[in-house]
Structures are given as structure tokens and as C-alpha cells.
Design a protein around this ligand. Structure first.
Ligand SMILES: NC(=O)c1ccc[n+]([C@@H]2O[C@H](COP(=O)([O-])OP(=O)(O)OC[C@H]3O[C@@H](n4cnc5c(N)ncnc54)[C@H](OP(=O)(O)O)[C@@H]3O)[C@@H](O)[C@H]2O)c1
Length: 342
């Protein structure tokens, strides 16, 4: 009898390496982008032992090869665009891009000097004098209310409202309050009004949670950022459903990772290591401007966009989809926190 030979192959893959690999594949699949997963901690919703993840999206030159230049060549004289976070980074590039196409642009900035500097730079770069500054700290509900009442007294229809900031007070409560208070002026611009909320691909790692201010465990800034950005995506979906018949389109989007003052400040070593490899602010603003200029029939209200195309809101493995059911109770909390009447 011949002795049997057996071949045993042992494959050792660490859980974290495997998960990174799966995550990278899922993101590449979702956004058709070259995703570069950075940072070792992993997604808690994958029930692994780690708490957060940072995901970077390299410039996908393949995407921009398919962009149609005529899509962003439209002139929009007479359209009123309100851009928050407009003195820096992607918000500044968006404001300048809209002004260069003839729009009337209202820059909403918290600091008068930085706002005035942005205003005069945009006016001189674009030759458009219809650029105005509104000073408002969007982390303060009372300042947002006073901003809204200044707009009510101007009585201008608002065609485009875009927003850009970083923490809970601004990203979630500020986003909610400005949008709700601007609705009457957006309705005046219907059926051409649109609200563009700059979220982030970072939201892919977080489910929607009712714990808006991270009270249930040790605070984690990266996780909180992802949660805030998830709320923006779910709110956009909710607004689209609520105001379906009001002629206002609601869109959330991921700008890609761009080299901005915000990234340099919040992620200094990362910003240094990837300097020159990230998108420019103008590249980050491209899809926002594209969303502002397209015919509404080409866009899907409530959707999430990346690189001039609709992108999924959930990754296959991330188990975040069902969490969006919590949005009604989150809207109720935000309404109460912002003290808006029912
Ligand atoms: N850059 C990226 O790679 C990236 C990737 C994904 C998503 N995003 C999103 O894109 C948006 C813009 O990011 P960015 O990188 O362009 O950031 P940025 O350069 O820091 O710009 C943020 C802007 O928001 C303003 N702002 C912050 N807090 C404010 C407040 N309380 N009231 C009024 N204005 C306030 C800042 O004004 P001050 O100058 O006064 O601080 C600044 O003009 C953010 O929502 C970010 O989450 C960015």
C-alpha cells in the first residue's frame, strides 16, 4: 500500500488586516474610487475590537476624465446662493466658483475680518460685485435665527444653500437649523431651489445613532465626526421625503480628501505626509458646483453624491442601513434643541 501524502496549507490572516482589506474593497466598490484606508482602528459596527477608522480617497483621475466640461459652464446670473464656511477651503472654492458663473453669492462666515478678506478676493478674482458677507457663528442657534431674519427682511429667493463645517453644533444642529429656517426663502426659488450638504465618506463607518453628543461612552473625535456626517446624510434623505412637493432638492455629498486649512489643522501629520497627493480645494468643490448647476431632473433628491455621480449611502459589510429608521426621533431632538416651533 502506497503511503498517503497530504499537503496542509495554513493561511494566517490577522482579523484587522482582513477587515482592512474588506473595507477597502467595499469602499472601492461603492465609490468606484481608489480608496486608501488609513489608521489602524476599525469599525465598531463590524463588531471588531476597534473603534474608528479614517478613510482617504485619492484623486481618481479616471473619474475626472469622464467629466463633461459643459456641465459646469452654465451661467447663473440672478441665482442667489448662500455658502456657509465660505472663507476657507472647499467652501471658499465653491463660493468663488459660483461667483465666477455670475451668481449672487452670500458668504456666511463667523469672523468678520476673514469674511471680508474672502469677499474682496472673490470680487477681484471673478469681477462679480454681487458678493455679500453675512457674519454668523453657526454653532449658535440664536445667531442662526438672527441670520435667517436678516434674510427674511431681504426677502430674496434662495436658490442654493450649501454648508461646510466641522463639529456637532455646526455640522448637525447648525445644518438642521439653517435649513429649516431658510425653507420659506428656498420655497420662493422653487422649483429650482436646492440644499447641498457637504458630508464626508467618513460617514460610511458610522450608523445613525440617537446619541447625538456622544454621551454614552468615552468621547472619540473621529467617531463623532463620522456620526455627524451620517446624520447629515440621513437628514438629507428625510428632508427630500418631507419636502418632495415643495420644489426643493436636497443632496448630500463627499468632496474627496482635499488639502485645506481645515485638514492641515485637524490632521497635521497626515496633511504633511500626503501633501501634494490630496485634492485641491477647487477639486473638492467640483461636485458641489456641479450639483448647483445641473437641471434638477438630472438629480435625485435625497441622494448622496461623489465625483458628479450618485454613490451608495451604505457599505455592504457595515450594517448601517437599518439605523436610518432612527431619523424621526433625531429630527424631534434637533427641533427641541434648536427651539424651533412645531
Ligand atoms: N477637506 C477634506 O478633505 C474634506 C473631506 C470630507 C469632507 N469634508 C467636509 O468639507 C467641509 C469643509 O471642509 P474644509 O476642509 O474646506 O474645512 P476648512 O478649510 O476648515 O473650512 C471650514 C469653514 O467652516 C467655517 N466654520 C467653522 N466653524 C464655523 C462656525 N461655527 N460658524 C461659521 N463658520 C464656521 C470656517 O471658518 P473659520 O475660518 O472662521 O474657522 C471655514 O470657513 C467640512 O464640512 C468637512 O467636514 C472635507
Amino acid at each position: 500500500m502506497q503511503p498517503r501524502t497530504s499537503l496542509q496549507i495554513h493561511i494566517c490572516v490577522s482579523v484587522s488586516a482582513l477587515t482592512m482589506f474588506l473595507l477597502k474593497c467595499a469602499i472601492q466598490n461603492a465609490l468606484h474610487a481608489e480608496a486608501l484606508v488609513w489608521g489602524l482602528p476599525l469599525m465598531s459596527e463590524l463588531h471588531l475590537t476597534v473603534s474608528s477608522v479614517c478613510i482617504l480617497f485619492q484623486i481618481d483621475r479616471e473619474h475626472s476624465k469622464n467629466f463633461k466640461p459643459e456641465d459646469v459652464q452654465t451661467r447663473i446670473e440672478g441665482k442667489n446662493c448662500v455658502v456657509t464656511g465660505a472663507n476657507s477651503g472647499i467652501g471658499y472654492a465653491t463660493a468663488e466658483g459660483l461667483a465666477s458663473r455670475g451668481a449672487t453669492v452670500y458668504l456666511v462666515c463667523r469672523n468678520k475680518e476673514r469674511g471680508e478678506a474672502a469677499l474682496s478676493k472673490i470680487q477681484s478674482m471673478t469681477g462679480n460685485k454681487s458678493v455679500y458677507l453675512e457674519v454668523c457663528d453657526l454653532s449658535s442657534v440664536s445667531e442662526i435665527k438672527s441670520l435667517a431674519s436678516r434674510f427674511y427682511s431681504k426677502d430674496v429667493p434662495v436658490h442654493v444653500l450649501t454648508r461646510y463645517e466641522l463639529n456637532f453644533a455646526v455640522n448637525v444642529l447648525g445644518t438642521y437649523t439653517t435649513t429649516e429656517l431658510m425653507l420659506p426663502l428656498l420655497e420662493k426659488a422653487a422649483p429650482d431651489a436646492r440644499v447641498i450638504t457637504v458630508s464626508s465618506g467618513g460617514m460610511y463607518t458610522a450608523p445613525l445613532t440617537k446619541d447625538l453628543q456622544f454621551s454614552d461612552s468615552n468621547f472619540d473625535g473621529v467617531e463623532q465626526y463620522a456620526r455627524n456626517k451620517r446624520v447629515q446624510v440621513a437628514l438629507t434623505e428625510k428632508w427630500a421625503e418631507m419636502y418632495n412637493n415643495e420644489g426643493i432638492g436636497f443632496y448630500s455629498m463627499h468632496p474627496g480628501w482635499a488639502e485645506t486649512p481645515g485638514v492641515a489643522k485637524s490632521l497635521p501629520s497626515f496633511s504633511k505626509s500626503f501633501s501634494g497627493k490630496l485634492r485641491s480645494s477647487e477639486e473638492g468643490a467640483d461636485t458641489i458646483i456641479w450639483l448647483a448647476l445641473q437641471a434638477k431632473e438630472k438629480l435625485a433628491s435625497g441622494s448622496f453624491y461623489f465625483d458628479r455621480a450618485e454613490a451608495p449611502k451604505h457599505l455592504t459589510f457595515a450594517a448601517t442601513r437599518d439605523s436610518h429608521a432612527a431619523i424621526n426621533s433625531i429630527v424631534a431632538s434637533l427641533r427641541s434643541l434648536s427651539a424651533l416651533s412645531l
